[in-house]
Write a new protein. Structure first.
Length: 197
């Protein structure tokens, strides 16, 4: 239709001067004006192919814009979800480590208590052992009570299996030499009077 109007319009525009030769001028002018109008109208009307292309382009642009908007929304939602997830994981990790630290602090306190008790027991055993060494070295045996141990022994410094330094409250007269005591006990034994009384 558009092409026919364009062709018809062109024919009328070309025919107008020829018609003017045979027919009065106003009719030729009207024919020329109609030809020109048809030419212009054919430019305004669009072919089916053009209409289809424009419709496809509009749909494509609309879908493209919607896709971009949707993509941005999905990316923003993913960021928000990821931030929420990382915050939740971070909080869970913090809580886990706080609980672990509390548990370790309790274990540490219990170990410190156990260590202190063990040191007390070890100190008591070393002092009792030192008292027996002194008794054997002077050839006199007394009951092994706290009072008897405290009366004789001030403190004991011992590197188990290697050496033992016994601090006594008073100077002792040994009936056995320190060399013999060391040889028999297989530890380097030394006895000295302490100033810490």
């Amino acid at each position: 239709m558009r092409d026919l109007m364009k062709i018809g319009g062109n024919i009328l525009v070309i025919a107008a001067p020829i018609i003017a030769l045979f027919i009065p001028a106003p009719v030729a002018a009207v024919v020329g004006i109609i030809g020109f109008a048809l030419n212009q109208i054919s430019g305004w009307t669009k072919s089916k192919e053009q209409k289809r292309r424009e419709a496809v382009q509009k749909i494509s642009n609309s879908l493209s814009n919607q896709l971009i908007d949707h993509q941005q929304n999905i990316i923003q939602q993913a960021k928000n979800d990821f931030n929420k997830y990382t915050d939740a994981v971070s909080n869970s990790i913090n809580i886990y480590f706080e609980e672990m630290i509390k548990g370790l602090e309790i274990i540490y306190e219990q170990l410190e208590t156990a260590k202190s008790r063990l040191n007390d027991k070890s100190n008591y055993i070393n002092r009792a052992y030192a008292k027996r060494i002194i008794d054997w070295g002077v050839g006199k045996y007394e009951p092994l009570t706290d009072e008897v141990i405290i009366k004789t022994i001030v403190k004991v410094e011992r590197d188990f299996g290697s050496s033992m330094k016994i601090h006594t409250k008073s100077k002792l007269r040994l009936t056995k030499s320190l060399k013999d005591i060391t040889r028999i006990l297989q530890e380097d034994i030394s006895i000295q009077t302490s100033n810490e009384i």
